[in-house]
Design a protein around this ligand. Structure first.
Ligand code: UDP
Length: 461
């Protein structure tokens, strides 16, 4: 029987890209003797396809138990009610977990929910903010919070000077982007408000690793107790300290695992373009059609994740044609895949990605070069880092209408998979993959930070 040394309650915002890294971090803590309880919202829990078997789950409420955010009349209504009902139900949960055999002594919360710090402080718990974006993006949000820069920037093509990012030229097309609408304004407010209670927390944890963002981490560490603890990829893919742990997250969609892996097993090494825009992006119909033609014209094999809500946007005849291409064994279109197993597969030669931070970090950790097609939020900044700082891929440029055309997509895929420049990219990919693994290895920078977090947590008891 395991005797736990401390008990950490993990509070994620209900999004796929938030719960995955927080669950993986939890498992690392658990492997070092910390008891974990994860507290998703009731509505989010209902939509889960698979539940993790290795951690306890106790739901809280966002006030919309039947449909979550889809049930709310606006984003503002959702976050307002979440704060109110969430604080109450979190309080009740902590009371319950205070009376258990190993009482809860720490809360690891998503800074999208900054009110959690107040609740934690009421109980005298240690508090740790877990940022799911990288440190560069956090730095940009910090400066928006401080009023130093504006989102969106006032001038297009403006060069933006951001303290802590002096070695990187940041232009308006590189900063997080949002459509202009009252809903988006509220979202920006939520992102910026991640810093609103941060001076009260004991730890600021970031899903990144030191060598990847050294300059900005050093700069931010002067302001907050920052520790990098990533990449939060299952141990099985990195240092194999938990050898059978391939379980990735609380999946929102059902992965078509057998179809994908059987198909990949029949493809030549490094021959396949893997395409995914993540769990949230609503890609315009015109853009999806350009992607389809770009893939077809590149003449490469492809595995394309088109979520079922996105599929109707593809013209029927084109979809049919793509599917008949699939029969010729050239491509496969699925509604969701086990992304880590796909990226790890030796048939994958390139990742056409929206550059969500989890996908980017997964590609770095598993050594896959990228063609980036950022859609919104932090994705343009991630794409900038991939191309210009880490040099692990290329960004496919949009036209004035904001669409990446088929010839550009074809060109970028060929550049990465066939040309001399692609070989240089591959060298960098190998280097960063190694550094990512070193960070999580025993004694690596992220592993040491997790050790320090656990040992202080144990001393607090
Ligand atoms: N993902 C997956 N299967 C898919 C597509 C995505 O498991 O078919 C996972 C992926 O591994 C990543 C997460 O979904 O962990 C997406 O997070 P990311 O930050 O990349 O993008 P978001 O969905 O937040 O836009």
């Amino acid at each position: 029987m395991t005797t736990h040394k401390a008990h950490c309650l993990i509070l994620p915002y209900p999004l796929q890209g938030h719960i995955n890294p927080m669950l993986q971090f939890s498992k690392r803590l658990q492997s070092k003797g910390v008891k974990i309880t994860i507290a998703p919202t009731k509505s989010f829990l209902k939509t889960m396809q698979e539940l993790p078997t290795s951690v306890s789950i106790e739901a809280i409420s966002d006030g919309y138990d039947d449909g979550g955010i889809d049930q709310a009349e606006s984003f503002l209504a959702y976050i307002t009610r979440f704060k109110e009902v969430g604080s109450d139900t979190l309080t009740q949960l902590i009371q319950k977990l205070t009376n258990c055999e190993c009482p809860v002594n720490c809360i690891g919360y998503d800074p999208f929910l900054p009110w959690a710090v107040e609740v934690a402080k009421n109980f005298g718990l240690v508090s740790a903010a877990f940022f799911t974006q990288n440190c560069t993006v956090d730095n940009i949000y910090y400066h928006v919070h401080k009023g130093v820069i504006k989102l969106p920037p006032t001038e297009v093509d403006e060069q933006i000077l951001i303290p802590g990012l002096s070695s990187t030229t940041v232009e308006s097309s590189d900063v997080p982007s949002f459509e202009s609408s009252p809903q988006s304004d509220k979202l920006v407010e939520l992102l910026v408000n991640q810093f609103s209670n941060l001076e009260k927390v004991d730890w600021v944890l970031i899903n990144s690793f030191y060598k990847l963002e050294k300059e900005v981490i050093d700069w931010m560490a002067k302001l907050y107790p920052i520790k990098t603890i990533g990449p939060t990829i299952p141990s099985m893919y990195l240092d194999r300290r938990l050898p059978n742990d391939k379980e990735y997250g609380l999946s929102l969609f059902k992965p078509m695992a057998n179809e994908c892996l059987n198909w990949l097993n029949n493809q030549p090494i490094s021959s396949v373009v893997y395409v995914s825009f993540g769990s949230m992006a609503k890609v315009e119909a015109e853009q999806l059609e350009e992607v389809a033609w770009g893939l077809k014209n590149s003449n490469k094999n492809f595995l394309w994740v088109v979520r079922s809500t996105e599929e109707p946007k593809l013209p029927k005849n084109l979809l049919e044609e793509l599917k008949s291409t699939c029969e010729n064994n050239k491509g496969l279109v699925v509604s969701w895949c086990p992304q880590l197993q796909v990226l790890e597969h030796n048939s994958i030669g390139c990742f056409l990605t929206h550059c969500g931070w989890n996908s980017t970090l997964e590609a770095i950790s598993l050594g896959v070069p990228m063609v980036t097609m950022p859609q919104w939020s932090d994705q343009p900044t991630n794409a900038k880092l991939v191309q210009d700082v880490w040099q692990m891929g290329v960004r496919a440029k949009q036209d004035e209408k904001g669409i990446v055309r088929r010839d550009i997509i074809e060109e970028c895929i060929k550049l990465v998979m066939e040309e001399e420049k692609g070989k240089v990219i591959m060298e960098n990919v190998k280097k960063w993959k190694e550094l990512a693994r070193n960070a999580m290895d025993e004694g690596g920078s992220s592993d040491k930070n997790i050790e320090e977090f656990v040992s202080k947590l144990v001393k607090e008891i």
